[in-house]
Structures are given as C-alpha cells and as structure tokens.
Design a protein around this ligand. Structure first.
Ligand SMILES: CC(C)(COP(=O)(O)OP(=O)(O)OC[C@H]1O[C@@H](n2cnc3c(N)ncnc32)[C@H](O)[C@@H]1OP(=O)(O)O)[C@@H](O)C(=O)NCCC(=O)NCCS
Length: 176
C-alpha cells in the first residue's frame, strides 16, 4: 500500500484502526480502542496518514499517526538554567502522547516525517496558545534513541518511562 501525502484527523467511519500494527501492543491498542474515544471526550487529538487504497471493507488503512494534547510539568523538573526565567507555577507544555508508523513502512523515513508534522502542528497551535515545550514519554529505549536523534533532551522519569522535552522555540526554528 502507498500513503496519502496529507495528515488528517482520525475518523473511525473512514479509517481502518484494526489493521494498524507497529509491533508495539500499547500503541496498537491505543489507535484501535482509545484514540477516537479520547478525541470525543476532548482530551487529545489524533492525526494520521491514510493509505491511498481502501480495504475490501471500504476503510483506509493507517500508515502512521500521532496524538497530541495539552499538558503541564512542574517547573522544578526543568534544567536549572531554564527554570530561572519561569514563574512559580506549573509550566504549560504540549504532550506528544503517541507516535507510530505501521511496520510495513518503518525504516523508510516516515517516522521522521510524522514527527516533523506533529511538531509543525504544535508550532501552529503555539501561535494561538503558548506552551513552553513539547514533551514525550518514551515507551522504550528505541523510542528514546529516535527522539534524541531529533534534539529531544531527557527531562525526568515519569511513570516508569523516560520523559523527554524540546523547548518550543527550538521546535519553531524548523518552521521559521
Ligand atoms: C520509532 C518509529 C516511529 C520510527 O519510525 P521509522 O519510520 O522506522 O523511522 P524513520 O525511518 O523515519 O527513521 C528516521 C531516523 O530515525 C532513526 N531511527 C528509527 N528508529 C530508530 C530507533 N529505534 N533507534 C534509533 N534510531 C532510529 C533512523 O535510523 C533514521 O535515521 P537516519 O535518517 O539518520 O537514517 C517506528 O519504529 C515505530 O512506530 N515504532 C513503534 C512505536 C514506537 O516505539 N513509537 C514511539 C513511541 S514513544
């Protein structure tokens, strides 16, 4: 299957969630059973790249997706050099909650494209409602290495995961 060029919002009546497989059970389960619910209740938004050709059931397979939501972090978790300028309140951030590429497409540059699209989306939102940084909680060491490659830095441990961050002004340099 080949992919569309545009990321669009998940629509469970159009997109085939069950055929998505990135080899990580948690992410497969998320797109299959949680992503649409979380959009409906208003806690996150999932954008995806559909395949060009539908399945026999009329729905389009998902090549890659990302999920974003607003969040906040304690200012004390940030490196000291960044903390000084911040008010003594929780710091607003964007959470890159999920990002995955279908196994059939891994290793062909789609992960990089998906990450850049997610950052571009957040940069656009940031022009309306500011957040200090983008954070991501890494599922495993592979994910950590992937985000390190694009400039994310380790922030702290969070629920047994490594939490990484990229200041919004750094992300914005990609799009200015
Ligand atoms: C991690 C993931 C998104 C990468 O997607 P991908 O399409 O395979 O990645 P790309 O082909 O775009 O690779 C981009 C770059 O990242 C590197 N990269 C990809 N996976 C990597 C890994 N596991 N560890 C280190 N580097 C990795 C590639 O070598 C490539 O570098 P290059 O441009 O210098 O060659 C994908 O493997 C995936 O969906 N994994 C399962 C879900 C997951 O772990 N998501 C992260 C959730 S926190």
């Amino acid at each position: 299957m080949s992919c569309s060029k545009e990321f669009i919002e998940l629509d469970k009546s159009i997109h085939d969630r069950d055929s998505f497989n990135c080899a990580e059970t948690e992410l497969n389960e998320f797109i299959r059973t949680k992503a649409a619910k979380h959009m409906n209740i208003g806690i996150s938004r999932t954008m995806l790249l559909p395949a060009l050709v539908p399945l026999p059931n009329g729905k389009y397979p998902i090549c890659a997706f990302y999920t974003i939501s607003p969040s906040s972090i304690s200012r004390e978790t940030l490196p000291k050099k960044l903390v000084k300028k911040l008010a003594r309140y929780p710091v607003p951030v964007f959470l890159l909650a999920q990002l995955a590429v279908h196994s059939e497409y891994q290793g062909q540059g789609l992960g990089k494209i998906t990450l850049i699209k997610a950052l571009e989306h957040l940069w656009e939102i940031n022009s309306h409602m500011r957040a200090y940084a983008v954070i991501v909680d890494c599922l495993n060491d592979n994910a950590r290495q992937f985000y390190v490659k694009y400039g994310f830095e380790v922030l702290c441990g969070h629920n047994g995961r490594v939490r990484m961050f990229m200041p919004m002004n750094i992300a914005g340099q990609l799009f200015q």
